[in-house]
Design a protein around this ligand. Structure first.
Ligand SMILES: Nc1ncnc2c1ncn2[C@@H]1O[C@H](COP(=O)(O)OP(=O)(O)O)[C@@H](O)[C@H]1O
Ligand SMILES: [Mg+2]
Length: 412
């Protein structure tokens, strides 16, 4: 049997030079004196970041071109001017750890050999024909699929984790869809089509488009009214949740998708919970994308990004970051790639004012004021929920206000 090739997805990783100023203490130990140091940011999982020394960095660089373990071992032995046998045990243990951390993956068709890989394109699962893999993580794989008969495009979110953590994680996975099932339908929220608790355990979701709002608004040439409308749709989705006492839990620009018609669909209810429910607040993990972290959720002096749960005002802050990005094409604190600097900026520096769209249109002061208020450092100075934020947005740009259709009114 040929050995599977391993590789890292280049787009999943960013390598940043790291100084002691960024993580005092962390680098003072055995790593001291090795010269260049790096942090590997895993942008795929959004939440993980790994500290890596030059050795790990060189290993990852090696796998930017897919290659078999044996070939990589030979290359490393050549670099170290020794025989592969001399370093085989240590290097294989390293490869294994990198695979477990999700830093290394098997290539293409070899993915089927991964124990967690659940579905194969072309296979029929329930009433769906499985299509291409969208993304695969340690616990969940997302696939394009089509409903048999109708051909309707859907997305299958499949639970693939095995091992000791599987039961607890499966419960959290199922929670996501029981919460979605309880939501009143809304045109800007991705619809749950069905949930299948068996083996494999999976959910079928309305296809919400191929682009997250981040890419959709960065790549296209959009007029100011179009940017304002997209912002209003994102706010409408969150206002709908807040009106029903639900926190999304993971508000950022990759959890809003844009359909081909540039309509907004909110996805990913993995961290959602009922607002004010103490039991849920303690049992549901609190996550989030670092650049969207509200100041009150940042523990001073910690590298952790998710130590405190948020409330509706925390999500208003996150929506402020999103609106800033939609209007200007930039997240307010985005250039601070290292967590420590990012956290400091979010806690203490005012967000830059939204003045120009990427196309060079001037952003009206009334809209910039709304974004600024949403981004206030103190939660009590922000809009109390997405409902008030949406109202202010529409008042600042009355052209986004449109009559509520009877069908929608029934859902409000
Ligand atoms: N309904 C959907 N339609 C289209 N793409 C989707 C849909 N749901 C998820 N995706 C894609 O899969 C990615 C991961 O899904 P998500 O539910 O956000 O899980 P995660 O918890 O990994 O962030 C999304 O960023 C998006 O690109
Ligand atoms: Mg997501």
């Amino acid at each position: 049997m040929t050995q599977p090739s391993l590789y890292v997805f280049p787009e999943y990783f960013e390598l940043h030079p790291l100084s002691e100023e960024d993580v005092p203490g962390v680098l003072d130990g055995s790593d001291a004196g090795t010269g260049e140091r790096f942090m590997v940011v895993d942008t795929r999982a959004h939440r993980s970041c790994y500290l890596a020394n030059p050795v790990i960095k060189s290993y990852l660089e090696l796998f930017r071109q897919p290659r078999a373990e044996a070939a990589a071992l030979e290359e490393l032995a050549r670099q170290a001017a020794c025989s592969p046998e001399a370093i085989a045990t240590t290097v294989r243990a390293f490869f294994l750890r990198m695979r477990r951390a999700g830093l290394l993956r098997s290539e293409g068709a070899d993915l089927r050999e991964e124990p967690n890989q659940a579905l194969t394109p072309g296979q029929v699962l329930g009433e769906y024909r499985v299509g291409e893999l969208i993304v695969e993580k340690a616990d969940v794989a997302l696939h394009h699929a089509r409903q048999l008969g109708t051909g309707m495009p859907v997305v299958l979110k499949v639970f693939v984790l095995q091992g000791p953590r599987a039961d607890r994680e499966r419960e959290l996975f199922a929670r996501e869809f029981s919460l979605m099932a309880g939501l009143a339908p809304h045109e800007n929220i991705c619809r749950l089509l069905s949930f299948h608790p068996g083996e494999p355990c999976y959910a079928a979701l309305e296809y919400a488009g191929g682009k997250p709002i981040r890419h959709g608004t960065a790549e296209a040439t959009l007029s100011l009214p179009e940017r304002v409308r997209i912002g209003a749709e994102a706010l409408t989705a969150l206002a709908h949740l807040h009106r029903h006492g639900v926190l999304h839990g993971d508000v950022h620009s990759r959890n809003f998708m844009l359909t081909d018609e540039r309509r907004v669909k909110l996805i990913d209810f993995g961290l959602s919970r009922r607002s004010g429910d103490a039991v849920e607040a303690s049992s549901v993990p609190h996550g989030g994308l670092p650049a969207f972290m509200p100041p009150e959720r940042i523990e001073p002096g910690k590298l952790s990004i998710s130590s405190r749960p948020g409330d509706m005002r925390s999500e208003v802050f996150q929506l402020g970051v999103l609106l800033h990005d939609i209007l200007t094409g930039r997240e307010p604190f985005a250039e601070k790639v290292l967590w420590r600097r990012l956290a400091q900026a979010i806690r203490s520096q005012p967000a830059p004012r939204a003045v120009w769209t990427p196309e060079g249109e001037r952003i009206p002061a009334a809209l910039a004021d709304v974004v600024e208020c949403a981004l206030a450092k103190a939660p009590e100075e922000r809009f109390p929920s997405a409902m008030e934020l949406l109202e202010a947005w529409r008042a600042a740009w009355p052209r986004t206000a449109r009559p509520v259709r009877a069908k929608e009114r029934a859902c409000l």
